[in-house]
Design a protein around this ligand. Structure first.
Ligand code: IDP
Length: 148
């Protein structure tokens, strides 16, 4: 079963969208296996967004992601990495389709509500950055039989 790292960014927390976002992934049939409200340090932000270090918006991105609490999550399910990216919508909300999270709730690329791993390699890296092994819980639900 695949796992991905999803995070409600500070704008999503401030706008009371944690419940809405968790609900969408629950209803889809994915299983929450780790979650915490946390304040990201400068160091963790720079590690997490390391691939964007040379981009002109890097400073702005790190300032934003450390500007308030985020809600970090690990979700599990078949094809959850790619499906979660589809449910999030395009990076720039102006291109995000209706019924996606960014399409429905976000207006600008700088404040686009949610982060999600873009590949199996990023998922492993990001889960490891944000969660200790014992913070990710392995458990089964009877509903899985009705989803798969
Ligand atoms: P993703 O979040 O959809 O995976 P990435 O290309 O990995 O998109 O970019 C990481 C984050 O950087 C985006 O979610 C967005 O918040 C921010 N970002 C991307 N491009 C810009 C930009 O041109 N200006 C400001 N922020 C940007």
């Amino acid at each position: 079963m695949e796992r991905t790292f999803l995070m409600v960014k500070p704008d999503g927390v401030q706008r009371n969208l944690i419940g809405e976002i968790v609900s969408r992934f629950e209803k889809k049939g994915f299983q929450l296996v780790g979650a915490k409200l946390m304040q990201i340090s400068q160091e963790l932000a720079e590690q997490h967004y390391g691939e964007h270090k040379e981009r002109p918006f890097f400073g702005e991105l790190v300032d934003f992601i450390t500007s308030g609490p985020v809600f970090a999550m690990v979700w599990e399910g078949e094809n959850v990495i790619a499906t979660a990216r589809q449910m999030m919508g395009a990076t720039n909300p102006k291109d995000a389709a209706p019924a996606t999270i960014r399409g429905d709730f976000a207006a600008t690329v700088g404040k686009n509500i949610i982060h999600g791993s873009d590949s199996p390699e990023s998922a492993v890296r990001e889960i490891g950055l944000f969660f200790k092994e014992e913070e990710v819980v392995e458990y089964s639900k009877l509903i899985s039989e009705w989803v798969y």
